[in-house]
Design a protein around this ligand. Structure first.
Ligand SMILES: *[C@@H]1O[C@H](CO)[C@@H](O)[C@H](O)[C@H]1NC(C)=O
Ligand SMILES: *[C@@H]1O[C@H](CO)[C@@H](O)[C@H](O)[C@H]1NC(C)=O
Ligand SMILES: *[C@@H]1O[C@H](CO)[C@@H](O)[C@H](O)[C@H]1NC(C)=O
Length: 454
């Protein structure tokens, strides 16, 4: 009972203390009040198990992980610059332009070796194996009409099975989820070879689970859904209140890798990671048409988010994005070799002393806009929310080898990263500018064809 008391106390504490200044529903009191009934004993048990897994997934020395990652990127860039004349894959040459892609993309036999993908993740999510070692499950039916007893062959049936599963799709399909898709642990959703769209309905929920890979799908126009009774595993279903309208909601989960997804226009965040989620890599994504892009940590009062460690790598933050790429609280975010080509307010921000290490990214500032006869300059990459400079000056937000175009600038704070426990060579990171364009060139959902390099 102590446990359920903990959760209820936590929710009440959020409800009392969380300021209501932000538009994200997760940051509002009412959201947490409404969700209290969901925490039945089943979810409380799942929360407890997940919390232990999240603690185990946490890297005590995050610099070691980000350092290793940076080193691999550097090696590949060195190799590429030696062969700079290679241009695209116009003549059928496969160009895997970053270390994650290079691990699998150019193998013409990738479709017979799909689970190899699980060996390719880097960064904080690097121990994610998804459904590796488990059987394949082929989704044949795009419908989503049975929330309690999902029809075999549907995506909802696949993700609620017990044990590891590697989920693929028999053909291209648009899946409109009637309610949030609640995944169970040890699953890979692998959209390679066909076009899989999760669109015009609810989004994907990764709650109190571990070991999830989501790869090669498009997610867009995700809406808030009313909730109801929904199956979340073979052995349990329960009542869910309104979903958030996130594309992907990571909630108290660990070892999550999201790779080569294209996402746009969801009601809430494109990807939110909250409630002590950790060991996450989001790579090779292409994001467009959205206001609040990524929220890492929803509450200024939830210091358990200190264990949050997230790598953002080789993503393209593209057209018509406004803010929060990401907005972080408490945790450690390594933002490496991403292309920020558009924002309307700011690119990265946060509160509550998150660590943001920005390395080898390209930031292209927005043009000034005229508002009421005044020029509005929004070229600052960074934003500290509701905090006095005397406080945030100690937050470690560092920019290393980033490239700034069109007037973009990054206000650094906190200590430099000079005392890293690895060699200077590890720190020779991705070169800026043209390299980022190349590293992120194939971001988003790939058009892979079976029997050809991807
Ligand atoms: C970094 O790489 C070295 C050797 O390549 C390895 O021994 C070490 O365990 C790695 N560190 C982490 C945190 O993965
Ligand atoms: C494609 O072009 C590259 C660079 O010009 C060349 O090295 C490679 O051999 C070509 N591949 C084929 C299959 O023609
Ligand atoms: C965004 O998604 C909503 C549904 O949630 C849809 O009504 C709207 O037309 C979409 N907007 C764009 C620009 O696609």
């Amino acid at each position: 009972m102590a446990r359920s008391l903990d959760i209820i106390l936590f929710l009440l504490c959020l409800a009392v203390l969380t300021p209501t200044l932000n538009a994200n529903p997760l940051e509002k009191n009412e959201y947490w009040e409404e969700h209290v009934p969901e925490f039945d004993s089943y979810w409380q048990e799942r929360a407890k198990v997940a919390k232990e897994a999240n603690q185990a997934a946490y890297f005590v020395d995050p610099y070691a992980v980000s350092g290793n990652f940076t080193a691999t990127v550097s090696e590949i860039i060195a190799a590429k610059s030696a062969r700079r004349s290679l241009r695209g894959n116009n003549n059928g040459t496969c160009m895997a332009t970053n270390p994650i892609d290079r691990c699998w993309r150019c193998d013409p036999n990738w479709a017979n070796n799909r689970q190899k993908l699980a060996d390719c993740v880097q960064g904080f999510g690097r121990n994610t194996r998804g459904g590796k070692g488990g059987p394949f499950y082929v989704v044949t039916d795009p419908s989503d009409n049975e929330l309690l007893d999902p029809k075999p062959g549907t995506l909802r049936h696949a993700v609620t099975r017990n044990g590891p599963l590697w989920i693929t799709f028999a053909r291209s399909m648009v899946i409109t989820l009637q309610q949030e898709l609640i995944m169970s642990s040890d699953k890979t959703i692998d959209g390679r070879g066909v076009e899989v769209y999760i669109a015009n309905g609810a989004g994907i929920t990764v709650q109190f689970v571990k070991n999830i890979i989501i790869h090669g799908i498009k997610i867009y126009n995700i809406k808030v859904k009313e909730g109801g009774m929904i199956r979340d595993s073979e052995s349990h279903y329960g009542f869910r209140t309104k979903s958030d309208g996130d594309g992907i909601s990571i909630f108290g989960a660990s070892n999550v890798w999201i790779d080569h997804v294209s996402m746009r226009n969801c009601t809430d965040g494109l990807i939110d990671a909250i409630m002590g989620s950790t060991a996450i890599t989001i790579s090779n994504g292409h994001f467009t048409d959205h206001n609040e892009v990524m929220l890492f940590g929803a509450s200024d009062d939830y210091s358990d988010d200190k264990i949050m460690q997230i790598t953002l790598a080789f993503n393209h933050f593209g057209k018509r994005l406004v803010q929060r790429m990401p907005r972080a609280r408490f945790g450690f975010v390594h933002v490496v070799n991403n292309d920020y080509t558009h924002w309307e307010m700011y690119a990265m921000g946060g509160s509550q002393n998150p660590t943001i290490i920005s390395e080898g990214n390209r930031f292209i500032g927005p043009d000034n806009v005229m508002v009421g006869g005044n020029q509005l300059n929004l070229k600052e990459v960074t934003k500290r929310e509701y905090t006095d400079e005397s406080v945030w000056k100690n937050w470690q937000w560092r920019s290393i080898n980033d490239e700034f175009l069109n007037g973009a600038y990054f206000i650094q704070s906190g200590p430099e990263l000079k005392n890293r426990p690895f060699s200077k060579k590890d720190m020779i990171t991705a070169k800026p500018g043209s390299y980022v364009g190349r590293l992120t060139r194939y971001s988003g959902n790939l058009q892979c064809r079976v029997g050809k390099p991807c």
